[in-house]
Design a protein around this ligand. Sequence first.
Ligand SMILES: Nc1ncnc2c1ncn2[C@@H]1O[C@H](COP(=O)(O)OP(=O)(O)OP(=O)(O)O)[C@@H](O)[C@H]1O
Length: 577
Amino acid sequence: MKLVFSYLKKYKAFLILCFICSFGFIFTEIGIPTLFADGISNNFKNGNTQYILLLAIKMYGFAFIGLILLLILAYSSNRMTSKIVRDIRNELFSHIQTFSREKYEDFNISRLLTNIVNDCFIIMQFLIVIIRLGFIAPMMIISSFIMIYRKSPTIAIVTLAIVPILLVGVFLINKITRPISIKQQKKLDNINLNMRESLTGLRVIRAFNRQDFQSKRFGKINEEYGGFSKKLFQLMALIPPLFTVIFSIIMITVVYLGSNYVNQGTLDYGALAAFIEYVFHALFSFLMLANVLIMYPRFSVAVNRINEVLNTQTNITSKEINVETPIKGHIEFKNVSFAYADSSKENVLEDINLSIEPGETVAFIGSTGSGKSTLVRLIPRIFDVTKGSILVDGKDIRDYDLDYLRSKISFVPQKAILFSGTIKNNLLFGNRNASDEELNRAIDIAQAKDFVNSKKDGIYAQLSEGGTNLSGGQKQRLCIARALTRDVPIYIFDDSFSALDYKTDSVLRNRLKEEIKDSTFLIVAQRVATIMEADRIFVVNNGKIVGHGTHKELLKNNPIYREIAESQLSKEELAYE
Ligand SMILES: Nc1ncnc2c1ncn2[C@@H]1O[C@H](COP(=O)(O)OP(=O)(O)OP(=O)(O)O)[C@@H](O)[C@H]1O
């Protein structure tokens, strides 16, 4: 609730307006039966038309003002609620952006999506109702009771009997529905997870003809979600009829008692008519309040789930440093070990020591799963080392302002990730201030010029979500071009040439060498041809560096490298022969 209160405080003005409107509305609602009762009690002044007309005008006036106040209340509560939920969504989104990959994996992306879409929606539904009724219902109940009590304490006590019944009912419902709500939300996370996997993996599903299997899997999860939803809504649906029965019993009792008092002459007809109205208002308000309280468990589960995310702090923290010294591009790994925070917690990298000079081109090669990508991901702090330290220009990377450090590194990830929008917007993602000339240069170096120009709209061609309307090689080239829009001292290419044909791969690397001379290049690759011209090559095996040197040196001295090279190059290409 703290979460919602902090936002309610932010929109105090709206809240006060809602309170005033609610108060005014109650005044009009109580006023109408009071005027009517006066009319009956005065026997409508024995048919005095002027009196009746005035009374009617007053009652119309009250009803009209009540309507206006209710409209203002609805408008301001809607505005306030949508602003609050918008703010919660923004806060969630910004907070999630600070998460390290580890935290994303902890929560899983589908769960975070459900938080932003579904949990926020549940909060909005509840807030809209509670703000509208939160003031009106209790005030209406209290004022109706006061009015009843002034005329007949006995009838007031009978009406009050509903309070404990309703409270016990609401408490029981909350207790039963809360665990079901938690399970229902978890099942919704599963639906999102399954949907995401099925949509992103559509090509694989079709290629393996597994549509039926996927449909059955989705059907099962959907069924489970439906089961919990059914239980929850069945329970919630029980409440209105139950409360309506109690409501009717109390109403009949009040009318019965009231009629007796009229017969005994202790109550007049006008007061009885007003009573019925007051009791109706009080009980109806109770019923509305009970309905709101029934929604509470779902709301509180949604708030808790959002709080859980907001209270999770990222483990990749940044030092607040205003002025950083320029980076030249020297990189040093000192006794670096790293383990992913999954259940195995085994070291993926073990005691890595290496030093890379500014302007040097180094490459990492090794079998799959040997730890090459993990090693380069540690430099922009996508993960933090578990042991040891990484220094850039002699300073521990954890002592840099994180944004500054990352702004000095251009990283091309192994998986080519593009966003929906134009090619230009995707390239500007690398450097928002890049001129058209700089973008064209990056496209040219990345060997993407021909295919970009072949598009009808050129650089303004639209890419679909994830760049699915491009080939694997085209996507890779655009990702490389995006990285080249930045002029930085360190470039990291994590297996980003793998989808290029040999010729394009070679031309691209030559252009990189010619155009970007002073920067440090780190290239992870599976293909020897991609890295054989690097200044130095590091051979990674089972999380350890098992050799380094030039292509020729490694062919001579390193059996693992020689084995990889022999499996890929022809005898003529193997220089040592
Ligand atoms: N996010 C992760 N969580 C847990 N373990 C991971 C994660 N990413 C990689 N690993 C594990 O770490 C090890 C090293 O993986 P890494 O991706 O660094 O290898 P690689 O040498 O780059 O492989 P490849 O050439 O196939 O890309 C592997 O055993 C892999 O299963």
